[in-house]
Design a binder for this molecule. Structure first.
Ligand SMILES: Nc1nc2c(c(=O)[nH]1)N[C@@H](CN(C=O)c1ccc(C(=O)N[C@@H](CCC(=O)O)C(=O)O)cc1)CN2
Length: 364
């Protein structure tokens, strides 16, 4: 939810005609119907679905009825999975507290006045409280120097009651993100953004101490829904340091065959269409159309894009990178936005903080 560029919410409108990843024109539904018709069998008849019979007679009754049943994708409920994970974490935290008297601690540093960042930080604090993690919050004013921020990080690096440190991103433009993230001690880097953790993630036979929360949440969703990754073709759309790049590394570690599609990729639709698993993290509302997906693909939508909505109390609502109402017809499983990957990000942060405290205190 970075800058609040309001865009139309329906899938038929391109949101950023300049990117090559976007379809030049969209005729809502047409390409989709074609891809649905190719994977049919005809166990059901149109008469089983009276509401469909008008549409069905125009083409093929048997086919149309069948489509509806077979192509209803499973909704991957990240909110529910995250809730379950938070329960598991709370149990572990009280077990550790009872056994060795240690309570995990998380330090969250917010720099500047971005509303969205402040909301995420507030949600992280509440999530910590709910599972029994001590949270320490520092607000560094927008006009602070890099050194002031580095000093805060340094204090938390030395504080034994803090097991995890994170600096909420993005940072104000006058601050050097690389320098700041490098300052977080690798053993407290619960965001997994330190180059040593990312480097270990990229190397075979090495283990990072922490894995970035959003990509970790994507993989956790696949695991918890019993979706096989090994041997599958996976496409990650976007190559950011926070999501795209680590998501691709994680999928590769899980023995998927991985392709990264980005703003310079030629024919992205053709590549995406071959994927059994698609993780989209580009931040372009409704960019990925149903017709770009292989029937039966699993779609993990990381995009959180605000679109104008006068009916919502906030004046906007959030939608993903993937045109949900089209994807749900083609894919075998899809994450919604909101309620998909987003809640998993915070659940994975809590999980990383707990693992950090366990590691330091050698608690199994
Ligand atoms: N230091 C970090 N900065 C940022 C990270 C990060 O992992 N570490 N990720 C994002 C923001 N983020 C957490 O920090 C985050 C984003 C979204 C959600 C979430 O739960 N979204 C909900 C919708 C929320 C709403 O309605 O406003 C959803 O998708 O269901 C959690 C965390 C950038 N910065």
């Amino acid at each position: 939810m970075a800058s609040m560029t309001m865009i139309p919410a329906d899938c038929s409108s391109s949101t950023a005609a300049t990117t090559r990843l976007l379809p030049m024109s969209c005729h809502k539904g047409k390409a989709l119907h074609f891809s649905r018709w190719v994977s049919l069998s005809n166990r059901l008849t149109a008469s089983s679905f009276p509401s469909l019979s008008f549409k069905a007679r125009a083409s093929s009754p048997l086919i149309s009825a069948k489509i509806v049943i077979e192509n209803a994708a499973k909704v991957i409920d990240g909110k529910e999975v995250a809730k379950q994970i938070r329960k598991e974490i709370a149990v572990e935290i009280s077990r550790m507290k009872d056994a060795i008297g240690v309570v995990p601690g998380l330090a969250v540093i917010l720099v500047g006045d971005r509303k969205d960042s402040a909301t995420y930080v507030c949600n992280k604090k509440k999530a910590c409280e709910a599972v029994g993690i001590n949270s320490f919050e520092v607000h560094v004013p927008e006009n602070s120097t890099e050194q002031e921020l580095l000093d805060s990080i340094s204090k938390f690096n030395e504080d034994p009651s803090v097991h995890g440190i994170l600096v909420q991103l993005p940072l104000p433009s006058h601050m050097n993100e690389e320098k700041i993230l490098n300052a977080v001690g690798i053993e407290k880097d619960v965001d997994g953004f330190h180059p040593l953790n990312i480097g270990r993630l990229a190397m075979r036979g090495r283990e990072p101490l922490f894995v970035p929360c959003t990509p970790k949440g994507c993989i956790e969703l696949l695991h918890r829904y019993g979706i096989e990754i090994k041997g599958k073709r996976a496409v990650v759309i976007g190559r950011s340091n926070i999501v795209g790049m680590p998501a691709a590394l994680l999928l590769q570690r899980e023995d998927a065959t991985v392709t990264i599609v980005h703003s310079r990729t030629k024919n992205p639709e053709d590549i995406i269409k071959q994927a059994d698993i698609v993780i989209s993290a580009v931040g372009q509302a409704n960019m990925v159309r149903g017709s770009w997906l292989k029937p039966g693909a699993v779609v993990i939508d990381v995009g959180i894009n605000p679109v104008e909505d006068a009916e919502s109390p906030r004046g906007y609502r959030l939608i993903g990178d993937v045109c949900y109402e089209e994807a749900i017809e083609v894919a075998s499983a899809v994450t919604p936005v909101p309620g998909g990957v987003g809640p998993m990000t915070i659940a994975m942060l809590l999980s990383n903080t707990l693992s950090s405290a366990k590691r330091v205190h050698n608690f199994r």
